[in-house]
Design a binder for this molecule. Structure first.
Ligand SMILES: Nc1nc2c(c(CN[C@H]3C=C[C@H](O)[C@@H]3O)cn2[C@@H]2O[C@H](COP(=O)(O)O)[C@@H](O)[C@H]2O)c(=O)[nH]1
Length: 503
């Protein structure tokens, strides 16, 4: 057999492993179809394009920066609010925390300015956006509310009042789409109970007496000397056409469903409308995911002690707890996926309407599945690919079609827009939810990250199996946040990649 002939035994092995992996065990495939749909969207997009020159330059810059930072799943645990195994969280606690977080991980947009928008004060700092959600969950646990235990969401103790307290704001503005979030929690609790609960779950109801242990991290954060309010300096990412001139009023990329309380200003993408058979509450991804294009950061306000802190310290001093009976329903859901990331994404979309992030484009149903994929990716990263975070096909996940990463892709010259789309956004005019423009932005972002990944592996074969769409996405999201806080967030494009290149 010559060198360039494939080894038949190896081929057979490969065929078998691919066949068994994709054969639907319990009727659920490991193929999500998201990347194929993203390519279809890209091939049929007329208002969003992917610049090959920008893509190759961005790939070089991203890979260089990831190497310099030794960027890996470890970065997930370095996020100061993320739960860590090194704290008092058991692996089941982590799983339940991440499930709760990613159930609710959508649309933190506000039309108000930096000081008035929804924000959460936790451990002497103020958190906005995604961070505000994580801070609410941590604060709830510290205050003795088992907010990350699905069984709690359907218990008598879990009143709307109790939930409003968990997600309370430090400002007058409440958490965006709070009602939808509460509805999602309660719906998920019922689905987990019906489809994945174990016998234990059927015994008695959790009461607030069985409360999770306060985590060491919260104690560590307690000691945070930094009393400067953390600013989510949400000025627009440089050069991003979605930067809204300060003078402009609110506008939308797409309007929220008619009963929404606010319309989102332009940014890039919404989490898409989903299949229309379900209500908005079930499908919060319809919400506009719009960035806050706010004026320059508000002045630092130092706070020494907030009434919240007093409340927390009082509460948890008097607070004793015995470890609650673990709620294993999410672990059981993960187990049904047999360590396949794709299968777990499909299970989430199959059982939970709120994760069913699908829409129609050019007469065809397309799946984007942003939060279903982000949940699996968060599990994988938080547990460093071990235990309930171990997946044999994690590289099949795609970029998560939110609005932050597309913003970065645009500012890096990877995505470009037609003049009509560009002006429409700059004018901050409404675009109906599910509009082709929204789907083009989300689908082309997914495809662009795939092209970046392919270019990295082409130029650096050693990156195969190491740099995947998940890590590129996480890296670009973190870069966007660094840039937003004025902490750099720049990419150095290696010179040799900026010359004109064939493609
Ligand atoms: N594509 C993508 N979208 C992401 C994230 C994250 C956070 N992931 C953490 C886990 C690992 C990473 O290192 C991050 O630390 C949140 N989002 C989305 O952004 C929006 C909130 O934005 P803002 O208001 O600016 O906080 C909202 O739709 C939310 O769903 C990501 O990673 N990728």
């Amino acid at each position: 057999m010559s060198d360039d002939e494939a080894d038949p035994e190896l081929l057979e092995l490969l065929r078998q492993s691919l066949f068994t992996a994709s054969v639907p065990h319990n009727g659920v495939s490991s193929n999500t179809g998201v990347l194929k749909d993203a390519e279809y969207i890209y091939n049929n997009s007329i208002d969003v394009a992917i610049g090959m020159h920008g893509t190759k330059a961005a790939a070089a810059g991203i890979y260089k920066a990831m190497q310099e930072r030794n960027y890996s799943t470890q970065a997930w645990s370095e996020h100061e609010l993320h739960p860590k195994l090194s704290e008092d969280f058991s692996e089941v606690d982590m799983v339940n925390f991440i499930f709760t977080m990613d159930l609710l991980n959508f649309s933190f947009w506000s039309a108000l300015d930096e000081t008035e928008r929804f924000q959460v004060e936790y451990q002497g700092r103020r958190w906005t956006g995604y961070n505000s959600l994580v801070a609410c969950l941590r604060r709830g646990l510290d205050e003795g509310i088992p907010i990350t235990t699905p069984r709690y969401w359907r218990s008598p103790e879990c009143t709307d009042e109790a939930l409003h307290k968990v997600f309370r704001s430090t400002t007058e503005e409440s958490m965006p789409m709070l009602q939808e979030r509460l509805a999602v929690l309660r719906e998920a609790a019922a689905i987990l109970h019906e489809s994945f609960a174990d016998d234990d779950d059927l015994e008695g109801e959790i009461t607030t007496k069985e409360l999770p242990i306060r985590t060491r991290a919260s104690e560590a954060l307690d000691s945070t000397t930094d009393t400067t309010i953390e600013h989510d300096k949400t000025h627009a990412v440089a050069m991003d056409e979605f930067t809204v001139p300060e003078s402009s009023g609110a506008a939308t990329l797409t309007n929220r469903p008619v009963d929404a309380d606010v319309v989102a200003p332009v940014d890039t993408v919404n989490e898409s409308p989903i299949d229309t058979t379900t209500t908005k509450a079930q499908n919060p991804d319809r919400a506009d995911e719009a960035d806050q294009h706010q004026s320059p950061p508000a002045p630092d306000l130092s706070i020494t002690k907030s009434e919240d802190n007093d409340e927390i310290s009082t509460q948890h001093e008097a607070f004793t707890s015995s470890p609650p009976r673990p709620d294993m329903s999410v672990v059981r859901l993960i187990g049904e996926a047999n360590r396949s990331a794709g299968k777990l994404v499909n299970l989430l979309a199959k059982h939970f309407p709120c994760f069913r992030d699908e829409t129609r484009f050019d007469g065809r149903k397309v799946r984007l599945l942003k939060r279903a994929q982000i949940f699996v990716a968060d599990l994988w990263a938080a547990l460093n690919g071990t235990g309930h975070g171990e997946f044999n096909d994690i590289d099949n996940l795609t970029m998560f079609a939110d609005y932050r990463v597309p913003q970065m892709l645009h500012s890096l010259g990877v995505l470009s827009y037609s003049p009509t789309l560009l002006y429409r956004l700059r004018d901050r005019k409404e675009i109906p939810s599910g509009h082709s423009w929204e789907v083009q932005l989300r689908g082309c972002s997914i495809w662009a990250v795939e092209l970046i990944r392919r270019d990295i592996v082409r130029e650096h074969p050693e990156a195969e199996g190491k740099v995947n769409a998940v890590l590129i996405d996480f890296f670009l999201y973190d870069l966007a946040k660094e840039r937003e806080k004025g902490m750099g967030g720049e990419l150095e494009i290696p010179h040799h990649r900026t010359r004109s290149m064939w493609y």
